[in-house]
Design a protein around this ligand. Structure first.
Ligand code: APR
Ligand code: PHB
Length: 392
């Protein structure tokens, strides 16, 4: 029977970040991941970081490549009614964002984590959580045909929306809140130069569009599409035609087309679980909450959970004080709900929900108000760059 201080379920960004941050504080952990490393790294996800997330990733030890290859953005554009308006993040909220793909973050975290052999068990099958309501939690799993069990003080459920951790909690002990949006995002990755220095979020009668990037020679473009659509129905030509149709003509004129190297459709959902702690089990990241990608809050919220959980565990082991751990769920959820609200608001403002022209007129009126009001833009900027952390 193995023993460690914290067993972490899931080697996505939350699990690996937590394991590295704990190690830097002298706290031992073992990460159990169901999939292989190449499988986890092959997932295409977003790539826009709040500065607090950049600093936390640096504390976890993955600064150099991120700083070298990441793109600093001090603002973004809203395109609507044939025109556009820039939100000056640096000027209005005093903070920048960093464009650096989650796939790269996943690679850097796994490289850093694997510098200590045995810290991650890849392809750990049948992970099961035991006795986390009591004082002696255990986690069992199968690996390479053998059964294993680890005794620990705490379990961190960082295993995403479909993970075993939240599913292991008695149904009546948690409350789930959900909003499913009636459309999807068709995303394309292509090695062409971006049509704009900064991100462009477009509201159009034909539906939403987003022009993002991974580097100065690789773009990540999205268009809102019906959930029933398949990628086969969207050959590259149709995708770029539709994107061009939803952008102001000067933006569309600058768009360079190229063959897609990845194309996929993702559903949009807002989901929150309360509470985020059950006895000695703590949920973090997608295991506890999902936001629609519009506000790029998914990874940043996961990092925020990990930051608050690390503070609690360090206080527990270093000062033998359980106060911060006891506050983990409330502190994490206060930020989760604000980011959930912002992501819902931005999704509602920028997407087409129905044929109703009144609805689109309201969206345009709100966007025009934003373009005219520094106060309103400051509110957007504050939420976009990430709200300040509430002290424990
Ligand atoms: N046993 C072990 N590992 C599991 C299990 C299980 N039963 N179920 C899931 N996992 C693993 C998954 O294979 C995955 O690698 O847990 C990991 C969870 O990782 P993510 O889904 O990436 O979740 P998280 O680390 O919280 O990252 C959140 O990812 O989806 C984006 O937008 C989201 O950016 C956010 C970030
Ligand atoms: C991305 O680069 O994939 C991206 C950026 C911003 C978003 C969503 C996705 O809001």
């Amino acid at each position: 029977m193995q023993r460690t201080q914290v067993v972490i379920i899931g080697a996505g960004p939350s699990g690996l970040m937590l394991s590295l941050l704990l190690e830097r504080q002298g706290i031992d952990s073992i990460v159990l991941e169901r999939q292989s490393r190449p499988y986890v790294e092959a997932r295409i996800r977003a790539g826009l970081l709040e500065w607090d997330t950049v600093e936390l990733l640096e504390q976890a030890g993955i600064g150099p490549r991120m700083r070298r290859e990441g793109l600093v953005h001090d603002g973004f554009e809203l395109a609507f009614g044939g025109g556009h308006h820039r939100i000056d993040l640096k000027g209005l909220a005093g903070k920048s964002m960093l464009v650096y793909g989650q796939t790269e973050i996943q690679k850097d975290l796994a490289d850093e984590r694997e510098r200590r052999p045995g810290a991650v068990v890849w392809e750990a099958a049948e992970v099961r959580l035991h006795d986390f309501a009591g004082d002696a939690p255990r986690v069992s799993y199968r690996h390479a045909g053998a059964s294993h069990e680890i005794r620990c003080d705490f379990i961190a459920g960082c295993d995403g929306y479909h993970g075993i951790s939240r599913a292991s909690v008695p149904r009546d002990a948690l409350r789930e809140y959900e909003r499913v949006y009636p459309f999807g995002w068709l995303g394309v990755l292509a090695d062409v130069p971006p049509l704009s220095e900064e991100l462009v979020y477009a509201n159009h009668a034909r539906g939403f569009a987003l022009c993002s990037m991974r580097s100065k020679s690789r773009v990540r473009y999205y268009v809102q599409c019906p959930l029933q659509d398949t990628v086969e129905q969207w050959p590259d030509e149709r995708f770029f035609d539709e994107l061009a149709a939803r952008l102001p003509p000067p933006h569309a004129a600058r768009m360079v087309r190229g063959p897609s190297i990845e194309k996929s459709i993702a559903p949009l959902r807002s989901f929150v679980t309360e509470p985020m702690r059950f006895g000695r089990l703590f949920l973090a990241g997608d295991a506890a909450h999902i936001v629609p990608p519009t506000g790029a809050k998914g990874l940043n919220l996961a990092a925020a959970d990990v930051r608050v959980l690390t503070e609690g565990l360090v206080a527990h082991y270093r000062e033998r004080s359980s106060g911060l751990l006891a506050e983990y769920s409330a502190r994490a959820l206060s930020r989760v709900w604000k980011a959930t609200r912002f992501s819902w608001w931005f999704t509602t403002l920028m997407h087409r929900f129905s044929e109703d022209p009144f609805e689109h007129k309201l969206q345009l009126a709100e966007l025009e108000y934003l373009a005219d009001s520094t106060v309103a833009c400051t509110g957007v900027a504050e939420n976009y760059v990430g709200l300040p952390f509430t002290a424990g």
